[in-house]
Design a protein. Sequence first.
Lengths: 289, 186
Amino acid sequence: MSDYNFAYLDEQTKRMIRRAILKGLAIPGHQVPFASREMPMPYGWGTGGVQVSAAILTPEDTLKVIDQGADDTTNAVSIRRFFQKTAGVAVTEATAQASVIQTRHRIPEADLRADQILVYQVPIPEPLRFLEPSEVETRKMHALEDYGLMHVKLYEDISQHGDIATAYAYPVKVEGRYVMDPSPIPKFDNPKLEMAGIQLFGAGREQRIYAIPPYTRVVSLDFDDYPFQPTKADHACDLCGAQNSYLDELIVDDDGGRVFMCSDTDYCSTRRKQGHVGAQGLPYAEGAT
Amino acid sequence: MQAHILEGGFADQPIEASHAFRAVMTAMARPGEILAVNGAQPPAPLSPAAGAVVLTLCDPETPIFLAASHDTPQLREWIGFHTGAPFVAAQDAMFALGTWGALPLATFPRGTAQFPDRSATVIVECDALSNSGATLRGPGIKRETQLSLPEVAAFQDNAARFPLGLDFIFTSGAHLAALSRTTKVF
């Protein structure tokens, strides 16, 4: 721990990131440029989220890191270890015990409290990027609040697929002004973007930070006749039996056998410990996985 | 330069700055919430809370404007030594520091249409902070809350210019609160 400055980054870098976070909170949904640093992990592995976490962590924090809802995947484990080593913070897999949660592509199933902070890893922060490749143009579009192109995209979804086919990174309008990419979370998670905790978004390669303060209005874009619908696999979790959690589908044998299970591993194991058992699950046993 | 100019900074900068920033961030995310910050002992007339904010956010990259109420040689030396921030006129400021009456609000940068984040953050030194007086609504506030603001009209005008605008940090003694440009004031 003493070999590193607290939370790895130098103090001037942290001040620069902290100023960007404050402006991000003051202008919800607006992408604030920041001078992203080289981190000891490749771009695309959460360098934006890691820099935001490094700038906000205090020694008393308890950190949880999830990757697509799971605490035990490579990305989550390595980032958790990174902060254990460089910041000496406590870590946890339990959502309720965490004060800072860094996430890749999910919002935990359990409602976050006002004292919890959610940090998103963001690959492409610009919601209009795949419609307009020029940053000069997209910045102009945000300035002019010109989001017609995004509605055309959703309309084309409907004309081609009969429905809004966008299933993740579903665009939202924040506090009636900025259209924002909520990072590639499933649209099932979009309603949870209005929460009691602070949400911070960091895109390392693209050098942008943005934020949503608590209780901010976040509306998923839609049409009157095609209202926004959060979707999930039409199934219950096979391990814990949860009806209303977001599910991963796993192929488990060569005969096409499949299992649906909660993508939020902490939510699933908490339910199993409480005695819930799904169709293919075994009752929870201490020490078993 | 006198010896005491060198004192009064954070004793353990990474740790104390992390605590101070958590307080500032929470305040900016939840307008109206009053939080304690400590660790800084700046020379008068700067309050310990405002001193901690300056130490946490300011460095050679952030031009500061000192209002007449706070433009003392001693304070310039203290901020200069501990942060290295340059002192500038109001129209070039990224941070501004002073009492409410001494701050030329109309002059500070409010950002541009494409970069509304390039706007000044105004640190307002207050005699006291309490959850009474003006009513606040907006992002970060569950329903509504109260904060002892120095006036109402200036903040209504500021909110009307959203997404351009100024963001405010109010400091008094060891406490601070904040108000962003999104907050509606009644």
